[in-house]
Design a protein around this ligand. Structure first.
Ligand code: IPM
Ligand code: MG
Length: 356
């Protein structure tokens, strides 16, 4: 089994290093190959997604990704910015189904900014569509406004669009995920305003006929944002488009206290996937050895489960993470009085020890 290792920028290298350590401690044979991506790709080859990196990602069985982005690339033209690497991988590999679980570990209930009774026991899953929507819709760009009260003025524009097959395939993924959990699916849309999302809602209803055992409901995105902070435990699985999913998944992540704990998986139709922490590259703390590697380690566990068919090994990693938390080990992002503050590498080593 070949794993492409794409550490990226900022804290990417240090957190991915810990996840690789954990993978290597499982006693399985993995072939790994590392390649630069994001700002690191730009530095090495003049492009955030160099040809060699894309080729490696395509031929690997799974991809372990760190994070990309650094303010120092803000002035580059859009096509050369680090974010294009992850968008390009999602599109080139047709990784359309993004799983973003938000789970609150009992030990971390105090790390959340919400009251314990609102978040304790939280276990929800956001399924975000990743290949369509306003992220990729054409046309887009800058132009002279063709009409309206500001006709002739400069305007920026993007196109929101979803085709029927795109909505159907993410709907099936989401219903199947809900079937394996609490059998409740909330489709988040903006059908009251947007044609694209009225269509989305209609297709969701149609696909729901194949899943009579799953209860489907619909929520407007503004209300969903409110419900996520008001009563997040009412959700089981949420399915939504690329843009709304981007926003809601960050909100959901913070319910758990630290975005440093949340893994994610981006899958194609054959369960090949890219696995990355839900958080970004945090250039402000890069190289300091204080970043939380647990989201990346948990992403490696998702990789074993979804793409490499090693569910027992995935369980071992997840249990090891629970164990180090119960031992009181905390990186600064989740530190509380009475616990033991550790750095990135120490946390990785503790997970390795807890595997035994
Ligand atoms: C995410 C990120 C990306 C996105 C950026 C880095 C392009 O915010 O994975 O949520 O918007 O999808
Ligand atoms: Mg985001």
């Amino acid at each position: 089994m070949k794993i492409a290792i794409l550490p990226g920028d900022g804290i990417g290298a240090e957190i991915v290093e810990q996840a690789v350590k954990v993978l290597n401690a499982l006693g399985q044979k993995f072939e790994t190959e590392t390649a630069p991506v994001g700002g690191a790709g730009y530095e090495a080859h003049g492009h955030p997604l160099p040809d060699g990196t894309l080729k490696l990602a395509k031929e690997a069985d799974a991809i372990l990704f760190g994070a990309v982005g650094d303010w120092k690339y803000d002035a580059l033209e859009r096509a050369l910015r680090p974010e294009q690497a992850i968008l390009g991988l999602r599109k080139e590999l047709t990784l359309f189904a993004n799983f973003r679980p938000a789970i609150l570990y009992p030990e971390l209930v105090g790390a959340s900014t919400l009251k314990p009774e609102v978040v304790s026991g939280l276990d929800i899953l956001i399924v975000r569509e990743l290949n369509g929507d306003i992220y990729f819709g054409q046309p887009r760009g800058l132009r002279e406004a063709p009409d309206g009260p500001f006709k002739g003025a400069r305007e920026g524009f993007d196109t929101m669009r979803y085709s029927e097959p795109e909505i159907r395939r993410i709907a099936h993924v989401a219903f199947q995920a809900a079937r394996k959990r609490g059998k409740r699916l909330t489709s988040v849309d903006k059908a009251n305003v947007l044609e694209t999302f009225q269509f989305w809602k209609d297709i969701m209803i149609d696909v729901s006929k194949d899943y009579p055992d799953v209860e489907l409901d619909h929520m407007y995105v503004d209300n969903a944002a409110m419900q996520l902070v008001r009563a997040p435990k009412k959700f089981d699985v949420i399915v939504t488009g690329n843009m709304f999913g981007d926003i809601l998944s960050d909100a959901a992540a913070m319910l758990t206290g630290s975005i440093g704990m949340l893994p994610s998986a981006s899958l194609d139709a054959n369960n090949k996937g890219l696995y990355e922490p839900s958080h970004g590259s945090a250039p402000d703390i890069a190289g300091k050895g204080i970043a939380n590697p647990l989201a990346t380690i948990l992403s490696a566990a998702m990789m074993l489960r979804f793409s490499l068919n090693l569910p027992a090994e995935a369980d071992r990693i997840e249990n090891a993470v629970k164990k180090v938390l119960s031992q009181g080990l905390r990186t600064p992002d989740i530190f509380e009085a009475g616990t033991t503050r550790v750095g990135t590498a120490e946390m990785g080593e503790a997970v390795v020890r807890a595997l035994a």
